[in-house]
Design a protein around this ligand. Structure first.
Ligand code: ZN
Length: 273
């Protein structure tokens, strides 16, 4: 594994709204300062650092305090929630972290994952998802949802609990019909490198029907490296590769699309930072 080369810079800045600086794949290590500098050099000037368990939620809290252009999110990932020895204590710590300072703006990533978690973990996963929605609503944070092979079940929980004011379907993975269902409920759709994959025509169809003011972009780095570097280690500086494909799909000027996505991101996370 290795990192892909730097892509051509974007003509206007955008935010990587879902990134994991703390997850290292193999020997491919990039410090936060190098990662931010490389990202900024190609126009990815701000980052949303996402926590998935207690250590990474603490990392996000610290990184967002330390770096002006980083905001943070904290949650128990749907695959980690059923593994907690004490779910109540873990949720209390997530709530403490997500309210630790104003740059903790996100409850996420939470949601449902029926790919990696089997039947036996689903009750706890669903309970954890409900509780994260409640935390987001009580503290007016943006909710970031992880949905893997669980489209209908995710929407059922969102409908039962009621969506928070601002919520994002991270790494959107459905087709145009599912996109419509999410959009009708007020979601932002965040597109990752998967939208560039050859076999992902359904994602490009979903993007094509989304109103321009509801589209976000992310890397989910170090995962999901866009085509043609699929399999390499992803980094926030790869956003331009995905943005170029999105501009093609939407038949829109790249600079205009960057400006739109940047405005959307500020709105989705309760203002600029
Ligand atoms: Zn992620």
């Amino acid at each position: 594994m290795s990192f892909p080369p730097l892509p051509e810079p974007l003509p206007a800045p955008v935010v990587d709204n879902h990134c994991h600086f703390d997850i290292v794949r193999g020997d491919d290590e990039l410090s936060v300062s190098d990662g931010l500098a490389k990202a900024a050099s190609v126009g990815v000037t701000r980052i949303v650092q996402i926590g998935c368990d207690l250590p990474s939620a603490r990392f996000a809290e610290e990184a967002s305090r330390e770096w002006a252009n980083v905001i943070g999110g904290a949650a128990l990932h749907p695959n980690d929630a059923p593994l907690q020895p004490d779910l109540e204590a873990a949720l209390a710590e997530i709530e403490r972290l997500v309210t630790a300072h104003p740059k903790m703006r996100v409850v996420g990533e939470t949601g449902l994952d029926f790919f990696r978690t089997g039947e036996e973990g689903r009750a706890l996963q669903t309970e954890s998802f409900r509780r994260h929605i409640d935390i987001a609503k009580r503290h007016a944070k943006t909710l970031q949802i992880h949905d893997r092979d669980a489209h209908e079940a995710v929407l059922a929980v969102v409908d039962e609990e009621g969506a928070p004011e601002r919520w994002v379907m991270h790494c959107f993975s459905g087709d145009a019909a599912f996109a419509r269902q999410c959009l009708d409920r007020g979601a932002y759709l965040s597109f990752s490198g998967t939208v560039t994959f050859k076999n992902a025509g359904y994602l490009r169809e979903a993007l094509a029907i989304a109103p321009r003011d509801r589209i976000l972009v992310e890397t989910d780095a170090p995962f999901l490296t866009p085509h043609p570097h699929r399999g390499a280690t992803n980094a926030a500086y790869m956003v331009p590769t995905t943005m170029r494909v999105m501009a093609e799909v939407l038949d829109e000027d790249l600079e205009a699309l960057c400006m739109t996505v940047d405005e959307n991101t500020d709105r989705a996370y309760g203002g600029s930072w």
